[in-house]
Design a protein around this ligand. Structure first.
Ligand code: SF4
Length: 123
């Protein structure tokens, strides 16, 4: 297999591979950022939660989508939208504290300018 052409425009990589057949393969670098219907709903919920607060959603869309995907994954696999940046312990009392928005976010934003996952940042 010979790679005959290679182009990288920053977010997408194009490869032209010539063997007995001729192929062009295009793929995205990093995580795929399309959201499912459920992830879109979670995105709306986390957006609404920040409305009127003294913090806001991270302006970096990729960070927000990565967290939203983590919340959706935890909901599907573990039953609740646990913080994707913390460990679920199996202790319900402790784990309820890390259901997003976790009990720590306000203090983290006040002290560090953002919550642990960087979903919310100081306004
Ligand atoms: S750290 Fe941020 S994203 Fe994670 S649960 Fe807390 S508020 Fe949600």
């Amino acid at each position: 297999m010979n790679i005959e052409n290679f182009a990288d425009n920053g977010s997408t990589v194009h490869l032209q591979i010539i063997n007995s057949n001729y192929w062009t393969i295009t793929f995205n670098k990093g995580i795929i950022m399309e959201l499912t219907e459920r992830e879109e709903q979670i995105l709306k919920n986390v957006t609404d939660f920040a409305a009127g607060k003294d913090f806001e959603l991270n302006p970096d869309e990729n960070v927000v989508k990565r967290v939203v995907k983590g919340l959706a994954r935890n909901e599907e696999n573990k039953g609740k939208q646990y913080c994707p940046c913390r460990l679920v312990t199996g202790n319900p009392e402790m784990d309820d504290k890390i259901v997003c928005p976790c009990v720590f976010h306000e203090q983290e934003i006040a002290e560090r300018g953002m919550c642990h996952c960087q979903l919310y940042v100081k306004g």
